[in-house]
Design a protein around this ligand. Sequence first.
Ligand SMILES: Cc1ncc(COP(=O)(O)O)c(C=O)c1O
Length: 394
Amino acid sequence: MTLVSTRARAIEPFRVVEVLGRARELEAEGRSVVHLEVGEPDFETAPMIVEAGVDALRAGRTKYTQALGIPELREAIALRYAQHGVSVDPRRIAVTTGASGALAILTQVLVDPDDEVLLSDPGYPCNATFVETAGGRPQLIEVGPETRYQLTSDLVAAHWSARSKGVFLAGPSNPTGTLVERDELESMASFCAARGGFVLVDEIYQGLVYAAAGAKELTETALGVVPDVFVVNSFSKYFGMTGWRIGWCVIPEDAIEATERVAQNLYIAPPAPSQYAALRSLDQDAIAVHEERRRIFAERRNVLLRGLDELGFDLPVEPAGAFYAYAGLPDGLEMSSESFCRWLIEDYGVAVTPGTDFGVHGAEEHVRFAFTTSTADIVEGLARMRTALGTRGF
Ligand SMILES: Cc1ncc(COP(=O)(O)O)c(C=O)c1O
């Protein structure tokens, strides 16, 4: 007998966290580990943001705030959209505890018991859990290089059923770093709207786009193409604030009131000091720091992609953004992604994430490398992998 619910028992572990845990254990034993697993920038939060957080604490900004966030921050986020040519009423912006908080709230707002939600496989693993927690049924749809690992209107139409309620997209995506195509977004949105369904676009890696994207690909917000999609975003990645637990979502007018009630009930309010810090992260001097970091990520990306290619990893679609490379294991290696990751970390001190963290389709043949560590570490990680693969005749 267990007190633990069937639902909780069915939740898959987030394997990257387990890899990180093992890496930390090895480091505690004095081993050196190259971290190519973690999806968080290695940079500290920019100093002016930290100062703003400290100032907020000292000024006693330690109480609950409005459930949807302080008005100044909602207005500043709206202004950032306006600077990118997209007009968003600040009332439509809900500040949340990270993109995770936004996903938790929005699935409660959008999903009824037994509603199906279409998700890409591979994709961000927690999405399925958010849908299930709301009583819905995640429908994993296999995607591959032929659609740049993105859902398309054809795939959505082919998998839509009488029970379908909506579609989750992400651009740049985790784990593949690919972008959503503008035309596809438009067709998926009109297909869903015609059936009373929703489209939710996770834009947490927005701002972290490096490659010259194809003309059809969306490097800016989906709101500029379809004004009434649900958009999720965060201060975690581009703004370098993972531990502050602060993000936001943009919702259509008619969902504001429900979102506010759900937010009040689930979390009361996002963390107050983090909101003031996030406000500072949108100022021009802070943006200059984020942009410099983006440039550094771009350099690291190039070093990693070149190195992986030389080692025989398969990267049919290069990541345009985020900080990940989702690669097929070298041909003929005959190892599952989990065995490969265990072997690399235990014997060579290189931490990477198995494809099994991101779904089932092709998961045993793929691994995700994160370029969230220094170029020197990436070079070292590649050298260690060269030695590892060398022992297998590569
Ligand atoms: C695609 C995607 N969405 C959402 C999240 C959650 O991020 P946070 O809650 O830190 O904003 C992550 C974190 O890695 C992610 O990769």
